[in-house]
Ligand binder design. Structure first.
Ligand SMILES: CC(C)(COP(=O)(O)OP(=O)(O)OC[C@H]1O[C@@H](n2cnc3c(N)ncnc32)[C@H](O)[C@@H]1OP(=O)(O)O)[C@@H](O)C(=O)NCCC(=O)NCCS
Length: 375
């Protein structure tokens, strides 16, 4: 047996140092650059938060306006990319299309080959503008429609809703959506962010890191959980059936997507804010069905398994109530998390050390070579 330290899934292992966000699982707290996530979700806009993550401090009004204008100017996609989206199979999951599109943008970025801090910031701002447009455009193209051009006069959240739904949404819906994007923007060394850091620690470029991160985010154990959580609720169909449905699923040893977390064993810091917004939205649209069902599921999971929802659980039905197509929930997550990914890639490359862990070998040893004719 080796004496190397080992933790399956790297649980509990500090794999790096960061100044971007701090998760405090004991107190169910999360702070971006020292600012409590609840304060940010209640008072900030996504653009302010993206600026904070990328630059380290909240912007002044002038800095914010300049940042918003610069990012908004990147929203329109090159015609070649629209053509590429048209080539993607109709059956492709939007996360696969997004991954392909970001890869294309990496190959054609004006700063390709430059990993300096300034070039990385420019690439980050471009992707902040481009990813939401890709998400919405790919969705419309897949459904046989023409993409809806971005509106430079709208904020990040309002514009993304507009491009997906085809109409400007009211202020309350935009605020709820904006807050969800703020909650999704960053979460320390989660699987996709760690993937991005591993990739870019080889001095591969920012887009390569983001492509890998999108691949990691798609999985059901990570970002894909918001889509699965809503699909589960639709399958249950009726709040009255929820308790028995969950008990049966647990008896079959199934995992309920949107529950559990590697780091938050006592509850996800983002859930109280997101649940409050989900409840307010439910009341406002006069549809309490999903919130009622969610509350029952949550109570059963806490009672039976001592397990709490993660942010994907309330986000799933919030997006449903906003009228967003389920297959876009994880791409929308990416349209927010790009801020955190880029901040981490920049932090990694500004002070780089190749990430290359060790492992324990448990395979065979000392085998004798056998020529192919004798096998
Ligand atoms: C997030 C997640 C991968 C963390 O997993 P982890 O830290 O590796 O936890 P483990 O896989 O060790 O699970 C510990 C126990 O809880 C159970 N468990 C974990 N998540 C569960 C869930 N969502 N539903 C039911 N049981 C769950 C496991 O089956 C295991 O039970 P056991 O000890 O009886 O075998 C896991 O909770 C999960 O799969 N959640 C659903 C996916 C999800 O919502 N992901 C989004 C995360 S933000």
């Amino acid at each position: 047996m080796s004496d190397k330290p080992y933790s399956p899934g790297l649980e509990g292992i500090a794999a790096g140092i960061t100044t971007i966000s701090e998760v405090d699982p004991q107190h169910q707290k999360l702070a971006y650059r020292g600012y409590d996530i609840e304060d940010l979700a209640n008072h900030a806009t996504f653009e302010e938060v993206a600026y904070l993550l990328l630059m380290g401090d909240l912007p002044t009004r002038a800095q914010l306006e300049a940042f918003k204008a610069e990012v908004a100017a990147y929203r329109a996609l090159p015609e070649e990319l629209i053509s590429l989206l048209r080539l993607c199979p109709q059956t492709a999951h939007p996360m696969d299309t997004l991954r392909t599109a970001v890869s294309f943008l990496g190959a054609s970025d004006p700063d390709a080959g430059d990993n300096s801090h300034e070039a990385n910031l420019r690439k980050a701002k471009r992707l902040l503008g481009q990813i939401p447009t890709i998400v919405a455009a790919a969705y419309h193209i897949k459904n046989g429609r023409e993409p809806i051009a971005p509106r430079p006069d709208l904020g990040h959240a309002a514009n993304l809703l507009y491009m997906i739904l085809g109409a400007e949404q009211d202020e309350f819906n935009v605020k709820v959506f904006d807050a969800s994007l703020i909650l999704y923007a960053e979460h320390s060394f989660n699987a996709s962010t760690f993937t991005a850091r591993v990739i870019t620690s080889t001095l591969a470029d920012l887009h390569a890191g983001v492509v890998g991160a999108i691949g990691a985010l798609k999985g059901a154990l990570h970002g894909g959980a918001n889509e699965r959580a809503m699909e589960t609720m639709l399958k249950i169909g009726d709040p009255e059936k929820a308790e028995q449905w969950v008990l049966d699923a647990l008896a079959r040893k199934e995992r309920l997507m949107g529950f559990g977390h590697r780091v938050y064993r006592w509850g996800d810091s983002r859930v109280p804010t997101m649940t409050r917004l989900a409840e307010q939205l439910s009341r406002r649209v006069g549809n309490m069905k999903w919130h009622t069902m969610a509350t029952i599921i949550r109570n059963v999971m806490e009672r039976e398994k001592g397990m709490h929802p993660n942010v994907d659980f309330p986000c799933g039905y919030t997006y449903y109530l906003l009228g967003l197509p389920i297959e876009l929930y994880t791409p929308i997550f990416a349209a927010s998390r790009i801020a955190g990914w880029a901040a981490h890639i920049i932090e990694q490359q500004d002070n780089n050390r190749l990430i290359r862990p060790d492992c324990l070998y448990e395979g065979q040893r000392g085998r004798t070579w056998v020529p192919i004719e004798q096998r």
